[in-house]
Design a protein around this ligand. Structure first.
Ligand code: FES
Length: 556
C-alpha cells in the first residue's frame, strides 16, 4: 500500500527515473535515508526589512530541526514580506495587501512544485499571516502555522502607533522635534510584531482559535524559549497530522471560523481581521460572509483592554497567560464550538481542558458579566453609502453615532496633508476614496490620516470613511472597506464637499443625506477613472481583485 505520509514527495524522489531530482537534493544535504521520509516544507518570511520578521530565520531553523527530530525531512524556503509600519503614508503602501496574495501564491508555488508532504509556515506581520493560511488552505496538506511572536514595549510604554501619533502631536505643535525623535528612537526595541492588538496579534489570535496553530502560540514573545519550543512542537505536530491524514479542510471549517471571529471580537481585534478571515474562508471553500460578523457580534462582548483603543500591550497579555484562559471562559459560556478539530489532533475543548484561569488581580481581560462593550466593536454597516457593506471599529469610547459634513479627498496622501495643514476641523467626516482594492489599487491603510487626527486632538470630533482600510493601530470613529468602491462607481464616488453623512453604529447604517434623484443625477455624470497603473504587479492586481466585502481575493 502506498505510504500516504509521502503522498507528494514520492513523486519526485522514488524510482530510477527520479535520479536527477535526487541528485539535486543530495547537493542540498539529503541522504539516502532522507528520501524515505515525509518532506516538510518550512516557509519562512524572514527579512531584514522589518523587525516583525528579522528573527524568523532562527525560528525556521528550529522548525527544521523539529521536523528532522520527529522523523521527517525539513526543507526551509523563503517568501517575501513587507512592513505596513514602514510603508504607511506613501504610495508604497499600495503593495501591502497585494503582498498577501504574493505570499500565498509563492508558498503555493514552491510547495506545489517541490512536492512537500506537509507544511510549517512562519509569519510575523499583518499580511504574511493570512497569506500563509491562504496557501495552506489551497494546498490542503497537513500544516501548522507558527506566529513569529510579539515585540516588547518601547521606553515609556510606547510602540509603533506611539510614533505615528507623535507625528500628529508634532504637527499640532504639542511636542517639538527633539521629543518626536525621542519617541522614534525608543519605541521599537527589537524583534517582534507590533505590540498592541493590531492586525498581527489579531490574526495570530484568530489563527489559534481557528485551530491552525499550537495552543498558546499566539501569545508568546518573539524572542523567548517558548517561541523556539513552539517551532519544534509545530513540526512534530505536522508529522502527527500526516500520520493521521488530517488536513486544513478538516480543521478550517465553518464552525472554526466562527470561533476565530468570536475570539477577535472579545480581544478588540483589527478590522483587517474581517478582510483576512473572509479571504481565508474563500481559499478553504467555506461559506462565510461579511454579515456573519454581525450575527456573531450580537452575542459576543468586547472584553480586552488592549491597544489601540485600550491600554495594555500584547506582551502584558502574554505575562498573564495569553488567550487560552479567555478561550476557556468563552467555551464554558457556550460561545465557542468545543468540538472543532485542531492541529494537535485534539478538539478545541480537549486542548483547553487543563487551562487555568487568569490571576485574580489582572486588569487586561474583563469577565463576561462586566464587558467593556456588550456586543462587537466590529460593525458591518450598510446603507445608501455602502450597499455591499462597510466595516467600522466602534469600541463605544468614540460614541456610537456621528453626523457631520463631508470633506472629500480622492487619495490618502491628499487627505493626510490636509489634516496636517489643519484643513480638517471638528464636525467633519473625512471621505477618502479611490483607495479601494481596485482603485488604489491595494486598499491602502489610513494609519497616517487617523494618527494625524488623533495627534491633532480631533479624535472625538471627526469621523473618517474610506473604500480603503485601516491599520490595526487606527482608532477613532472610522469606517473602512466601503463597498462597492469608488473605482467601481460605488456611492462613495458621488459624495461632494458639504454633503451631510451619518454613521450609526447602533442601527449599523451609513447614510448620505441626499434623495435618490440627486444621487441618480450625480451617478449619470460620474466617469470611471483611468487605472492608476498600466504595468506590473499593481496593474495585474487591479485587474483580478474582487470586492472588499468578499475579502478582496484574486482567485474567486
Ligand atoms: Fe509588521 Fe506591524 S508592521 S507587525
Amino acid at each position: 500500500m502506498a505510504d500516504h505520509t509521502r503522498r507528494y514527495s514520492s513523486k519526485i524522489v522514488d524510482g530510477p527515473t527520479k535520479a536527477p531530482g535526487r541528485s539535486m537534493l543530495r547537493a542540498v544535504g539529503f541522504t539516502d535515508e532522507d528520501f524515505k521520509k515525509p518532506q516538510i516544507g518550512i516557509a519562512s518570511t524572514w527579512a531584514m526589512v522589518t523587525p516583525c520578521n528579522m528573527h524568523i530565520d532562527k525560528l525556521a531553523e528550529e522548525a527544521r530541526v523539529g521536523a528532522d527530530e520527529a522523523g521527517g525531512k525539513g526543507v526551509v524556503f523563503n517568501t517575501i514580506t513587507i512592513s505596513d509600519g514602514i510603508a504607511n503614508g506613501f504610495e508604497g503602501m499600495k503593495y501591502s495587501l497585494v503582498s498577501r496574495e504574493v505570499i500565498a501564491d509563492s508558498i503555493e508555488t514552491v510547495a506545489g512544485c517541490e512536492a512537500f508532504d506537509g507544511l510549517v509556515t512562519i509569519g510575523g506581520c499583518d499580511k504574511n499571516m493570512p497569506g500563509c493560511l491562504i496557501a495552506m488552505a489551497r494546498l490542503n496538506r497537513p500544516s501548522v502555522f507558527v506566529y513569529g511572536g510579539t515585540i516588547q514595549p518601547g521606553k515609556n510604554h510606547t510602540d509603533i502607533i506611539s510614533v505615528f501619533e507623535a507625528v500628529g502631536q508634532h504637527a499640532k505643535g504639542d511636542i517639538d522635534l527633539v521629543q518626536l525623535e525621542e519617541v522614534e528612537r525608543n519605541a521599537i526595541p527589537g524583534p517582534g510584531s507590533c505590540g498592541g492588538m493590531y492586525t498581527a496579534n489579531t490574526m495570530a489570535s484568530a489563527i489559534e482559535a481557528l485551530g491552525m496553530s499550537m495552543p498558546g502560540s499566539s501569545a508568546q514573545d518573539a524572542v523567548s524559549e517558548q517561541k523556539m519550543a513552539d517551532c519544534r512542537n509545530a513540526s512534530a505536530a505536522v508529522m502527527k497530522l500526516l500520520e493521521n491524514d488530517i488536513k486544513p479542510s478538516d480543521i478550517m471549517t465553518r464552525k472554526a471560523f466562527e470561533n476565530a471571529i468570536t475570539v477577535i471580537i472579545t480581544l478588540g481585534g483589527s478590522t483587517n481581521g474581517v478582510l483576512h478571515l473572509l479571504a481565508m474562508a474563500n481559499a478553504m471553500g467555506v461559506d462565510l460572509s461579511i454579515d456573519d460578523f454581525t450575527e456573531i457580534g450580537k452575542r459576543v462582548p468586547l472584553l480586552a483592554d488592549l491597544r489601540p483603543s485600550g491600554h495594555y500591550m500584547m506582551s502584558e497579555l502574554v505575562a498573564i497567560g495569553g488567550i487560552q484562559p479567555l478561550m476557556k471562559r468563552l467555551l464554558d459560556a457556550g460561545l465557542l464550538h468545543g468540538d472543532c478539530l485542531t492541529v494537535t489532533g485534539k478538539t478545541l475543548a480537549e486542548n483547553l481542558a487543563d487551562v487555568e484561569d487568569y490571576p485574580a488581580d489582572q486588569q487586561i481581560i474583563r469577565s463576561l458579566d462586566n464587558p467593556i462593550k456588550a456586543d462587537s466593536h466590529l460593525r458591518i454597516l450598510r446603507g445608501n453609502l455602502a450597499p455591499e457593506g462597510a466595516v467600522a471599529k466602534i469600541t463605544g469610547k468614540e460614541g456610537e453615532q456621528f453626523t457631520g459634513v463631508a470633506k472629500v479627498y480622492d487619495s490618502e496622501p491628499e487627505s493626510y496633508q490636509a489634516i496636517l495643514n489643519g484643513d480638517v476641523v471638528a464636525g467633519d467626516v473625512v471621505v477618502i476614496r479611490y483607495e479601494g482594492p481596485k482603485g488604489g489599487p491595494g486598499m491602502q491603510e489610513m494609519l497616517s490620516p487617523t494618527s494625524a487626527i488623533m495627534g491633532r486632538g480631533l479624535g472625538d470630533d471627526v469621523a473618517l470613511m474610506t473604500d480603503g482600510r485601516f491599520s490595526g493601530g487606527s482608532h477613532g470613529f472610522v469606517v473602512g472597506h466601503v463597498s462597492p468602491e469608488a473605482a467601481d462607481g460605488g456611492p462613495i464616488a458621488l459624495v461632494q464637499n458639504g454633503d451631510r453623512i451619518t454613521i450609526d453604529a447602533i442601527t449599523n447604517q451609513i447614510s448620505l443625506h441626499l434623495d435618490e434623484a440627486e444621487l441618480e443625477r450625480r451617478r449619470a455624470e460620474w466617469k470611471a477613472p483611468e487605472p492608476r497603473y498600466k504595468r506590473g504587479v499593481l496593474a495585474k492586481y487591479a485587474k483580478l481583485v474582487g470586492s472588499a466585502s468578499e475579502g478582496a481575493v484574486t482567485d474567486a
